[in-house]
Design a protein around this ligand. Sequence first.
Ligand SMILES: Nc1ncnc2c1ncn2[C@@H]1O[C@H](COP(=O)(O)OP(=O)(O)OP(=O)(O)O)[C@@H](O)[C@H]1O
Length: 494
Amino acid sequence: MTELPLLDASGIAKSFGAVRALTDARLTVDRGEIVALMGANGAGKSTFVKILTGALKPDAGQVRIRGAEARVGSPAQARRSGLVPVYQEPSLIPDLDVADNLRLADTPVDPFRAWVSELGIAGLSLSDMIGDLPLATLRILDLARALAAEPDVLLLDEMTAALPTDLVEHVLKVVRAKANDGLGVIYVSHRFTEISELCDRATVLRDGRSVGDLKIEPGVEERAVELMLGQKLALGLRDTAGGAAHRTGTPRLRVRALAAAPKLTDVSFDLYPGEVLGVVALEGQGQDELFEALSGFEPPSDGTIEVDGTPMTFAHPADAIAAGLTFVPGNRAEALLSQRSVRENIALPFSARIASWGPLKLRHERERVGYAIDKLQIDTRAQGEVQRLSGGNQQKVTIGRWIAKGVETLLLFDPTRGIDVRTKRQIYPLVRELAENGAAVLFYTSELEEVPLACDRAVVIFNGRIVDIIDAAAADEATLMRAAHGLTGEDSAA
Ligand SMILES: Nc1ncnc2c1ncn2[C@@H]1O[C@H](COP(=O)(O)OP(=O)(O)OP(=O)(O)O)[C@@H](O)[C@H]1O
């Protein structure tokens, strides 16, 4: 007799007003199985995960656990049924410390601490304030909390989207080991490399409907994309030629011996107009401090920054903005006015010049906003409030703003977090177009495969210093990975 599936959800439907997020979603997970839930931005993945874990009530459908109807009417009920999520956005309360957050959710402290260190985070104190911790650490804490609850089915919604490669490796190892012990896992991700490394099977959603199941095997990627999008898409090619930058004359940004506590020790580079300069680093090598110093959020402790040949001191974000430096933070919550509309959010930078608005400018603004929405294919079905968009569509809004407005110097910190494969392919040429129109772009990405697709060169930061500068168009992931681990030249050949 074949064993009943651990989890079996079928016929799930959910609408938000006029938006039909799910019409007929289904999936099954067996004991010990890791199932990828795939779909383009806005396909309904997060809504599905929220329904399965009691955060949303479905309009229709059935959830069965080992063949018996399951009660998932609230998060507590779902948890008692063994279904435990890590949602797409960090769920810990920023104004409380770690210990208080654990108390609130009745999380046992010792297993939590054991999972935190197993997952690669050292030196966490229970008195650390959540609001002071980097996004990547928060994601690990969310996962450690979920594992400490001893689930039967773990639902991970883009858990790794903000994680650099080394932490991703820890997560994949732990999840695989738990599955080997019998845990069922639902794994939502836009990262194919992780899905093919980790998952046994994929189930694909398109426009709120389950459209197919695929066994993960070599060559499955193309078929998965076709199912997700309803059309074929060429993968793995750079769409635009590189080398728009002429690295002569005065750089837009000249950084020398920049240091910022605790991790940035000595970084020097030049960024030229017309150039997209990648930044490659594993978790906590100083990249957060570099972007905070350049955007005026945390003044550096040492070193110099010149913009177009003029020395600058950024004591406040306003100083960096006045010098033409635009920062797009990795944490979209910091960048968006969540209760305002998509259009208002994209038009935000225009309103800085409100005094000079006339009818022509307004029309120009509307056209530019429309252009960005169109170019990024932002799903505007729930456009009245940006917080109602899917995660990937919110991320597109943070970028769309600068596509609409145009920029001099753009500091992008992991800009494609949670964005689907098709839109990523649309974003790289748009970033390159900004550069070709004279912008200088600094582009940190936690996804190494983006470097050759988007950048001209990449600086590799290890231990707070630049250890390598790589010609990006030719850089493969293995080369970048070795460099990110601090292995260059002869070391890496060994
Ligand atoms: N509270 C809400 N109110 C209105 N619409 C919503 C709400 N939550 C989700 N939606 C809409 O439901 C649809 C599906 O969103 P969902 O977040 O489930 O997509 P997703 O597949 O997880 O996308 P992504 O890959 O971008 O995270 C989207 O059109 C979204 O705007």
